[in-house]
Design a protein around this ligand. Structure first.
Ligand code: UDX
Length: 451
């Protein structure tokens, strides 16, 4: 390991799985580059310091009325977290500037933890934002105020499948908004509009995958933009899960034929009701394909885990299917037995799947997932669209299309081509490799735009 005295970086994490994972991965990469790392985190959903002995940790009081992992912070909680965390971070940095022998050379924060930018401005150190979603999502989200102004939002149900003006190939149904909750959307947009005042933007993406969106982001923001993904590959061996991974499923995968298993997971936030879970079960059971299915405890309303499934469901699926509470997902997707991923299209899951050349069935539930689903199915052509009310017949047909049909083979072929491009981007001379070096040099040369 290189010396750790190039400077200290403080990384402010937003306490949800899909946000914590890429920030810890980035911390690992920058630690390897020679920086000392302090992870600033809330009391809610803290990372486990014993899993990251090479980091320092700074607990920020979040004042949230709950601390269990099954609760999801709302937009109002986000405002509260930003208010509460400000003073402790500022105190820490002021003390560091007087006493520390390794100076703090920058703060990298999740776009939702925007208080960190104000603190960095006060202390006069660079403030860099990590976007944990895609570049396509950033571009889309930025267009929302324009669409509101033009009167295109809220949109009529009849417009669901129409293309959004100047946002092709997105349809209205792909927009990361809820017609019923424009206020929330506008509040989040206020947060996003701060981005112009940051020193740099870091994205967990690959330039060649999102060329047009990256170009537009670079044109819009007059600061350096670093596409350094996929972080799951750049920092591969890091333990980041809040829930315990059921590693025994790898033994089950070892007994399956190559590319025969469909892996099913809705990530860390999406939920189902009893009826949907039952339809998913029958869709999987009737597809005749081996499957590994993650049902997160508490993700089905009114149920602890799988109690709502038909009695004797284990006998119906026998050895052909395995249901787990939380999987070692990166290992699963890298396994030779896995031939498809039925996903909610969270950005981390998408990066992890594409990095392994695994094509997907896209069932987005909310927000950025809808944008990513459209890119998967329409732009990269490595995904089958399965959204709306899930019904067992549609599920069965989609699985067969992906896992046994010619269409699925073609998608697997394209997914492998993308995997090759992704692999190249992180090798010496590749775009992500170069971006990461540029980011390191900017931090060391202290030549990021003055905040
Ligand atoms: C959500 C958004 O959809 C995402 O795009 C946004 O950037 C963060 O919030 P989430 O629902 O958590 O994220 O999905 P995703 O971004 O895919 O992250 C889930 C993570 O959990 C992945 O890294 C995945 O590997 C991991 N996971 C999931 C497991 O390790 N095991 C599982 O069983 C399921």
């Amino acid at each position: 390991m290189k010396n750790q005295r190039l400077g200290r970086l403080v990384l402010a994490i937003f306490p949800l799985q899909g946000h914590t994972t890429p920030m810890l991965q980035l911390g690992n990469v920058l630690h390897f580059k020679g920086f000392a790392i302090t992870i600033a985190h809330t009391r809610f959903n803290p990372p486990n310091p014993s899993k990251h002995p090479h980091f320092n940790f700074l607990l920020l009081s979040d004042n949230l009325p709950y601390s269990d992992t099954s609760t999801t912070p709302t937009i109002y909680d986000i405002e509260g977290i930003n208010r509460s965390c400000h003073a402790p971070l500022q105190e820490f940095l002021e003390l560091q500037s007087q006493t520390a022998d390794v100076p703090v050379v920058g703060i990298i924060f999740d776009s939702i933890m925007y208080f960190a930018a104000t603190v960095a401005h006060h202390i006069k150190i660079p403030r860099l934002v990590l976007m944990t979603s895609s570049a396509g999502f950033e571009q889309t989200f930025r267009a929302i105020p324009r669409l509101l102004e033009e009167g295109s939002l809220p949109f009529q149900d009849s417009m669901l499948h129409e293309l959004v003006p100047d946002l092709s190939p997105l349809r209205f149904k792909d927009l990361p908004v809820s017609n019923n909750n424009m206020n929330e959307t506008l509040k989040l947009n206020d947060i996003a509009s701060n981005m112009k005042t940051f020193s740099a933007i870091i994205l967990n993406t690959i330039d060649c995958l999102e060329q047009s969106s990256m170009l537009q982001i670079r044109q819009h923001y007059n600061v350096p933009v670093f596409g350094i993904g996929p972080l799951c590959k750049v920092a591969p061996t890091l333990f980041t899960s809040f829930l315990e991974e059921e590693t025994s499923c790898i033994g089950w995968l070892n007994n399956q034929r190559a590319k025969s298993v469909i892996y099913v997971s809705k990530g860390s936030l999406a939920t189902s009701d009893e009826n949907e879970l039952t339809e998913i079960f029958w869709g999987l059971a009737n597809s005749d394909q081996p499957f590994l299915w993650v049902v997160r405890p508490g993700s089905v309303s009114g149920s602890e885990w799988t109690e709502v499934l038909p009695k004797g469901f284990k006998e119906v699926i026998g050895e052909r299917g395995l249901v787990v509470k939380w999987a070692p997902q990166k290992e699963v997707l890298a396994h030779s037995a896995v031939g498809g991923f039925w996903s909610h299209c969270g950005w981390n899951s998408t990066m992890e799947s594409l990095s392994e050349g695994v094509p997907m069935i896209s069932s987005p539930q909310f927000f950025d997932q809808k944008v990513t689903a459209r890119y998967l199915t329409y732009v990269w052509k490595v995904g089958i669209e399965l959204d709306g009310v899930l019904e067992r017949g549609d599920i069965e047909r989609s699985i067969r299309r992906l896992m046994t049909g010619m269409e699925g083979d073609e998608m697997r072929h394209r997914a492998n081509e993308l995997k090759q491009l992704i692999d190249d981007s992180i090798l010496e001379g590749g775009s992500s490799y170069n971006s990461l070096n540029d980011l390191t040099e900017c931090l060391l040369a202290k030549n990021l735009p003055e905040p």
